[in-house]
Design a protein around this ligand. Sequence first.
Ligand code: S3P
Length: 177
Amino acid sequence: MDTKKNANFHFNVVLCGFMGCGKTTVGRQLALQTGLRLIDIDSCIETAVGLSVHQIFATYGEAHFRALEKSCIKKAAAQAPVIISPGGGAILDVENIVNFKKSGKIFFLDAPIDAIIARLGTNNAAARPLVTGKNSIYELFFSRKEKYLQAADFIIGANKSGSAICDEILEVAKNKA
Ligand code: S3P
């Protein structure tokens, strides 16, 4: 019996939220449960350029990374239905939000700062170039939180297990989206 639940998906599920909020874990799990394809925007960028996110930041700078991110988001949003997991900074650009909303609903995974710090560690610059210490996480988190809330179609409390988050997204998608 096919237990996948994608039959009614006619829109993209866009997972947004701060680094470490669980987008990748939830995206993978949702893809398994629904049978929809997961498009991880950081991975798309890395494949397109042949460099890691860290190398792109170090070699070309953040502005170049953001331009690549925008182009990958445009391509991903032109497909539907898929699950899209963009990096935590993608939602800061209005054009990205417009593209996401053309074909999808934005689910903000709202994790508390303490959980994020515990997940990220405070010295993680090799994996995440913008994380250069505890203060950098606090500053980014509080400068972005309002923007995540504004962009979101749905706010999902993310201080729980990946499977509980998936169940909530599927429930919301079934009833409201
Ligand atoms: C970033 C988040 C990262 C990655 C890059 C920038 C950000 O993705 O895109 O390091 O600005 O928040 P994750 O949110 O998947 O860690």
